[in-house]
Design a protein around this ligand. Structure first.
Ligand SMILES: Nc1ncnc2c1ncn2[C@@H]1O[C@H](COP(=O)(O)OP(=O)(O)OP(=O)(O)O)[C@@H](O)[C@H]1O
Length: 718
């Protein structure tokens, strides 16, 4: 495939979005410029009926009535996320105070799919159909279909362990195997034993369906459809005489082991795939070339580019902006948007808005747009084939994001974003020969990330023996050991590994990571709960300082808020200034290159966290200008991360002696070593102070060292 090189060739273009015929053919507002707010109900039902899943509506409802677990595998865009919940709603599964829960691995998917389904149902979002994501919900107890992130549904289990509000739980995009998906699957299996009437749907375009069936079926398979599965194209509906009525009041209570697998055929629209002839060593530049190549040579349609992270996305957007000037006179423009998890919900949802007439929308995204998301009008996908995956090293206790090749499952999902409202094309920025070296699916997150929070939450559900929990894939023994050890150090677990009361119980309840929840819950002892509340809220949002564009000005503005003590206190400073001057003024924020939306979100998160403190009767007190208390308090939770400044400007972790660097976005990044030493000196001193109260105990071959009332385990000989 030959790509156009920006700045070299500049062929003309005939893009005219108003004449895009696919706008009518595809979906609401498909293609350029054609946009609709609310979709016409008649058109909606027609469009719904055309989706491949519609033909199997009755069959799916029948299977769901007969089998408590249905594993549904069908290609991207066939209608799993938007249609199946509506079938269930129409069939009466949300009657008598019950609701249907549909989990998504990401916030943007939960919100955008809920929005779409509310439109199709014809209700106001938040009434019959709603969503619930961390720190944000548009749903009431009467909401019939709730789209939520898997983490949020897990939090609901902490309050209602049998999920008694739900008649059906659909775990969508199960192939992603996020930690919470795995945790949910294990807990749902438990709940099913007590609530055999609960229905569980596990769905994805690319799951290895049989492993999910095997997980839920613990007895040898019978000869029924339940265990044999349905082959593509086969009629999955039994003869009418054998069908039961969907709306009958008393549903049969099926036997325990009867998970069934269903594979549906059909595709939304075809997607043509193109590869590079040779590998590229500059994937961002190649992505930009491909975007302009599409813009100038291909028919109308928006473009979705998959890159790995925010930095690459920003670079790509900058290059698109630079090359835009070289477009031939009169050629339509490109309107480019970023999409990554660091953006506010409003900014994420903005990418769903149609581009202005005679412009082509280009969305440059991380893998957050990979699953469930339908961005109307996307006809072209440009896929770097790369992803940043979380990787936890239990030996050092450190989490890192490593860039790696996508799995085949991810590639299929990404290509699937192009064929949803019209036929599409996917340009993969690597040669097809690379496919043979790729993994079929991404390794489950639970095997490669810190599981401290999950362990804490399982314990709060009363699951004491974490090793014997029914994991679909177990985390390694070392990961578990590290998580238990760390929770013990934080004071969340006692000598017997049980949750401490009240600290451990409360930490499990808080919607923030265990280190920060420990800091917040203990902050009154340091007299700085008011400030820590702000810091906890500010660390829950990203991109408070706008650093793109004129970087010198951006840095100068940030310096106005920067304090020597580091990022936490800088964040506190920025928040306080925002509350004083910018709360109602996005203009003030703009002048000081502060992100108004991110700060407003921090304000709302702070209010929500303050409610927890109030409920736990923890006094909210301010330490005023006494920043030492704040730093001490932070160290009491973050001691695992303590590091000593080296003469060469790097840091060495106190615990393992690993060499560390300040992140470029840190206010410490540009500091000279002497001043950094002053800042970190305080942290080290605080850690040392804790260490002064050492008592060594020999227990199971480990030396346990008491740190200011908590315990830090050092392996013998280390
Ligand atoms: N916001 C939207 N605008 C226009 N069409 C949409 C929208 N959301 C969904 N659709 C249409 O509904 C179809 C089904 O979408 P749905 O998300 O239910 O499919 P899916 O099978 O769950 O796909 P995936 O496995 O990729 O998540 C899409 O292919 C598209 O045609």
């Amino acid at each position: 495939m030959a790509f156009w090189k920006p700045g070299t060739v500049a062929p003309g273009s005939s893009i005219d979005r108003d004449s895009d015929s696919t706008a009518l053919e595809g979906g609401a507002g498909a293609g350029a410029g054609a946009v609709t707010g609310r979709i016409q109900q008649v058109a909606v039902s027609e469009r719904r009926n055309r989706l491949p899943i519609a033909k199997q509506r009755d069959a799916l409802l029948y299977l769901l009535e007969q089998h408590p677990v249905v594993v549904l595998q069908s290609p991207t865009g066939t209608g799993k996320s938007t249609q199946l919940p509506q079938f269930l709603l129409e069939a009466g599964w949300a009657k008598e105070g019950k609701s249907i829960a549909v989990t998504q691995p990401r916030r943007v998917a939960a919100i955008s799919v809920a929005q779409r389904v509310a439109e199709e149902v014809g209700c106001i979002l938040g009434e019959e159909v709603g969503y619930s994501v961390r720190f944000e919900a548009l749903a009431t107890p009467d909401t019939k279909v709730v789209y939520l992130t898997d983490g949020m549904l897990f939090r609901e289990i902490l309050l209602d362990p049998l999920l008694s509000r739900y008649s059906v739980v659909m775990v969508d995009e199960a192939h992603e195997r996020s930690s919470y998906t795995d945790l949910l699957l294990g807990v749902l299996k438990k709940i099913r034993r007590v609530r055999p009437e609960l229905r569980i749907v596990i769905s994805s375009a690319t799951i290895e369906a049989q492993s999910f069936v095997d997980f839920f079926n613990t007895q040898p398979p019978s000869s029924s459809v339940a265990s044999s599965g349905v082959k593509p194209g086969e009629d999955i509906l039994p003869p009418p005489a054998k069908r039961s009525r969907w709306d009958k009041k008393e549903r049969e209570v099926p036997k325990l082991d009867d998970a069934v697998m269903v594979r549906l055929e059909g595709k939304a629209f075809p997607v043509e795939i193109a590869y590079l002839d040779e590998p590229t060593n500059d994937v961002i530049m190649k992505a930009v070339e491909t975007v302009f190549d599409i813009h100038l040579k291909q028919p109308p349609g928006d473009v979705l580019v998959f890159l790995t992270g925010r930095d690459d996305i920003d670079k790509c957007l900058q290059l698109i902006a630079d090359y835009q000037h070289r477009l031939p006179q009169g050629a339509p423009l490109i309107k480019a948007y970023p999409l990554h998890s660091g953006l506010s919900t409003e900014s994420q949802i903005a990418v769903f808005e149609p581009a202005p007439p005679r412009t082509r929308k280009v969305i440059v995204s991380t893998n957050i747009a990979e699953a469930s998301v339908t961005i109307d009008g996307i006809k072209y996908v440009v896929d770097s084939g790369l992803v940043k995956l979380r990787s936890f090293d239990p030996a050092t206790g450190m989490d890192a994001l490593l860039t790696t090749s996508c799995s085949l499952a991810s590639l299929a999902q990404r290509a699937g974003r192009a064929g949803r409202t019209s036929p599409g094309k996917c340009f993969r920025l690597f040669p097809s020969s690379s496919l043979s070296s790729l993994l079929p699916t991404t390794p489950p997150e639970i095997t490669r990330s810190d599981i401290s929070l999950l362990v804490l939450q399982l314990k709060s559900l009363g699951i004491q023996n974490i090793l014997r929990f029914d994991w679909m894939t177990s985390p390694s023994a070392l990961m578990l050991e590290r998580a238990l050890e760390f929770l013990y150090c934080l004071g969340a677990l006692d000598d017997e590994g049980k949750l401490t009361r009240p600290l451990g119980m409360r930490m499990a309840e808080m919607p923030i990571d265990p280190m920060m929840s420990k800091i917040l819950l203990d902050s009154h002892r340091f007299g700085c709960s008011d400030e820590i509340l702000t810091i906890a809220a500010m660390t829950s949002v990203q991109n408070v300082f706008i650093m793109d564009g004129d970087s010198v000005r951006a840095e100068l503005e940030r310096r106005k808020f920067t304090v020597e003590e580091g990022d936490h206190l800088t964040a506190l400073n920025a928040y306080n200034a925002f509350v004083k001057y910018g709360r109602k003024s996005s203009k003030w924020c703009h002048t000081h290159r502060l992100n108004f939306k991110a700060l407003s979100r921090a304000l709302s998160i702070r209010t929500q966290l303050a409610k927890y403190l109030k409920r736990f009767e923890i006094p909210i007190a301010s330490c005023g200008e006494d920043h030492t208390s704040i730093r001490r308090c932070l160290t009491s939770g973050y001691f695992r991360n303590a590091a000593v400044l080296q003469p060469d400007g790097t840091y060495r972790s106190v615990r393992e002696g690993v060499v560390l660097h300040a992140h470029p976005s840190s206010v410490l990044f540009t500091r000279t070593p002497p001043s950094r030493f002053v800042i970190y000196h305080e942290v080290i001193e605080t850690t040392k102070r804790f260490m002064r109260e050492i008592t060594a105990i020999d227990k199971d071959g480990d030396w346990l060292v008491e740190l200011a009332g908590h315990y830090y385990a050092f392996k013998q000989g280390r």
